[in-house]
Each structure stands twice: as C-alpha cells, then as structure tokens.
Design a protein around this ligand. Structure first.
Ligand SMILES: C=C1C[C@]23C[C@H]1CC[C@H]2[C@]1(C)CCC[C@@](C)(C(=O)O)[C@H]1[C@@H]3C(=O)O
Ligand code: AKG
Ligand code: FE2
Length: 379
C-alpha cells in the first residue's frame, strides 16, 4: 500500500494552501499494520498510558427537571455547577432522548464509514471549512495526526432551516443517503432540545436569569460530528483525538461501549467509562467566556485500541454565528473582571479552522489574535 508522505515544514499547525500532495491514509489498510507513518506517532510526553484510573463523573438524573419539578431542577443545577467548577464534565441520564434514535445514529455511522475511501471522499472536507469528511486530517496537519475519520455537518435551529442536515446528506452523497440525513436531522434536533435544557441548569447554577443562556442559544447553528476510530496496532503511541478543550459552547457526546474518552483532572488523565444510557456533557471555551471564566472548559482526549473500532457522536452547541459572545453583567465584578474580549463565534470558528489547531490554550491565543486583528483593521 503506497503512501505519498508529505514532507511538511510546520509541526502540527494548520497547513497553508496544500501545495504538497497530502499523505493518503486508508484506515482499512493501516488498521492492520504495525508500520505506522511517523506523523501518527505522538511525542513521549503525550503518549497514552495503559489502564488510566477512572474518573468518578457526576451522574445527573434529568427526569424531575424535565417534568417541571422545581426542587429537582434546583438539585440538578447544583450538581451541574459543582461539576463545572471542578473539571467541567458530567453525565446526564433520563434525558428524554429516544434510545432507539441513539442506536440508529450509531448504526448509520457504519453505512458511511465502511464505504470504500473514494466514496467517502465525495464528502471531503475543504481546507479551512469545518463540514465534510476528514480522514485523519492528513491534508490539514503535518504531525501528531489523530487516528480517526470524521464526518461533520451543520445543524440549525433557526426557523426555515429545519431540514439542513437531511439536505446536506442528500445534496452531498445522493438520494441513497437521505435515510442517514433523516436520522441525523432528528438526532440533532433532540440534541438541541437537550442542550437548551442544560443551558437553563447552567444559568441557574451561575445565578443569572434561568432563561438567559437558553435564549442565547435558541437559534443555535451547531456542529454535529461523527467520530470513527479504526483499530490501531500501536495504541500506546497514537491518539484518536489529541488533547484539547472544545472551542464550542457545550458538547453532548455519546460514546459507544468501547470506551476511550479521557479527561485531564488534577494533573492526571482519567478515563470516562462508557455508559450507553448516558450522554457525556462538557462545557467548551465559548461557554467559559460566557461565564466570564467562572467555569472552565476542560482538557480531554480520546485513545484507540488494537482490536475494536470505536464510535462517538459529538454534538457541539454553537450560537448564531453573529451573536456577540459577552458574559451577562452579573458575572463581571472586582473578583471576576472581564476574562476575554467580546467576540462572535464565526471568528473563533475561523481561527480554529484556518489559523490554529484547537488545544488547551485556544482562548488565550484567540484573544491575542482577535485583538491584533482589531488593531490592524482599525488602523
Ligand atoms: C469547532 C470544532 C473544531 C474541532 C471540532 C469542533 C469542536 C472540537 C474541535 C477539535 C476536535 C479539537 C481537537 C483538534 C481538532 C482539529 C480535532 O482533532 O478534530 C478539533 C476539531 C476541528 O478543528 O476540526
Ligand atoms: O470521541 C471522543 O470520545 C471525544 C471526541 C472529542 O473530544 C471531540 O470530537 O471533540
Ligand atoms: Fe472534544
């Protein structure tokens, strides 16, 4: 199996317009090989260890809150706040999302990812854009490549855009994929509804009006990402997804029963055990900014294994692209002065797609970048 390796100049930063033929990576072949291109081998200080300790993640039962019980809402909000002041991860159960829909969303991933590579590449992601199929980002980064394939697409809760997911699949992949589009359209709609409920709990936990963040995200333009992690014969030298904080606002993740999600807590990588009845929820950089830094976006990654492919469904809640991300005034005071500049999500998304590989320092780098750009444009 020939691989055209790209001799890249930059470490693992986004590539400028691809002047070189990118490394062509076919998971079906490489998943059986111990000879792995060096671009996939991570530095010693980032390699995963075997059997990390499990993180005891708060499990929040949403049944009472969703049925309108004020005491249950208060309890759930307190648990959310406690988790967000620690590591920013929590599990939700009795979340109201149909388990058959979740199962269908996982099953339909195989209909796309088990196709031959040329068929998948009909949906190939264009450089600088966030939607489409990416095979390990071989054309995007030159080192520390993630051992995964992804398919990302937009979901919009705006009126008049209720078929954007279905249309994406039909327009990109043809009528044979309309059934996938219908499943993911319904799945994303469920995720959006659940996200707005969690935004109520987050608002309550921060002591702002209960509907403040819910209204901010009512017309969300979110990103749905299907993560497909093929087996890897050197699982302790590679990573499925590298260490990062999500630049988005809220992530609702469903991991299958294989396991592989890890969170960095108190200087240690801890695994989050699979629980197919639960969604894993974490806040991202944009919500950290909306909370004026009172809640932290948390560092996490995904590891792979040598025997089984792993799948995860990640719904990334994002505001309307042109809503200004600014914390409510109640969250700005002498103890918590403004942590980040005003920005709109479109700018942060552009930054992660064209200028910076999201990691644990994205917001610091972005703040510098946006301030410099404002000065330059202002001059
Ligand atoms: C806005 C996004 C950029 C990424 C997908 C969503 C939210 C998470 C981001 C990401 C997963 C963080 C780690 C690096 C990244 C390049 C990846 O491994 O996929 C990020 C995504 C991206 O830029 O495509
Ligand atoms: O697949 C996982 O468990 C995590 C993926 C992730 O963190 C992401 O896509 O942002
Ligand atoms: Fe993530």
């Amino acid at each position: 199996m020939t691989i055209n390796c790209m001799i890249a100049s930059e470490p693992s930063m986004p590539q400028s317009a691809a002047k070189k033929a990118p490394l062509i990576f076919d998971a079906k072949q490489l998943q059986h090989q111990t000879a792995i291109p060096p671009q996939f081998i991570w530095p010693d200080d980032e390699k995963p260890s075997a059997d990390p300790p499990e993180l005891d993640v708060p499990l929040i039962d949403l049944r009472g809150f969703l049925s309108g019980d004020p005491a249950a809402a208060r309890r759930a909000s307190d648990l959310v706040g406690e988790a967000c002041r620690k590591h920013g991860f929590f599990l939700v159960v009795n979340h109201g999302v149909d388990e058959a829909l979740v199962a269908a969303a996982h099953r339909k991933m195989d209909d796309f990812f088990l196709q031959p590579l040329p068929d998948k590449q009909r949906a190939a992601r264009k450089l600088g854009e966030h939607c489409g199929y990416a095979s390990s980002f071989t054309g995007r980064f030159s080192a520390k490549l993630p051992w995964k394939e992804t398919l990302s697409f937009e979901y919009s809760a705006k009126s008049g855009e209720h078929h954007i997911v279905e249309d994406y699949f039909t327009n990109t992949l043809g009528q044979d994929f309309t059934h996938l589009g219908k499943v993911y359209q319904e799945y994303c709609s469920s995720m959006s509804r659940l996200s707005l409920g969690i935004m109520e709990l987050l608002g309550m936990s921060l002591g702002v009006e209960r509907c403040h963040f819910k209204e901010f995200f009512e017309a969300n333009e979110s990103i749905m990402r299907l993560n497909y992690y093929p087996p890897c014969q050197r699982p302790y030298e590679t990573l499925g997804t590298g260490p990062h904080c999500d630049p988005t606002s809220l992530t609702i993740l469903h991991q299958d029963s294989v396991g592989g999600l890890q969170v960095h807590v108190d200087g240690q990588w801890r695994s989050i055990a699979p629980n197919v009845d639960a969604f894993v929820v974490n806040i991202g950089d944009t919500f950290m900014a909306l909370s004026n830094g009172r809640y932290n976006s948390c560092l996490h990654r995904a590891v792979v294994n040598s025997t089984t492919s792993r799948k995860s469904l990640a719904f990334f809640l994002c505001p309307d692209k042109n809503r200004v991300v600014r914390p409510p005034p109640q969250l700005v005071d002498a103890a918590f002065p403004r942590a980040y500049p005003d920005f709109d999500w479109a700018d942060l998304l552009e930054f992660t797609q064209k200028h910076y590989r999201a990691d644990m320092n994205t917001m610091t780098s972005f703040s510098t970048w946006i301030n410099d750009r404002r000065v330059t444009h202002h001059v």
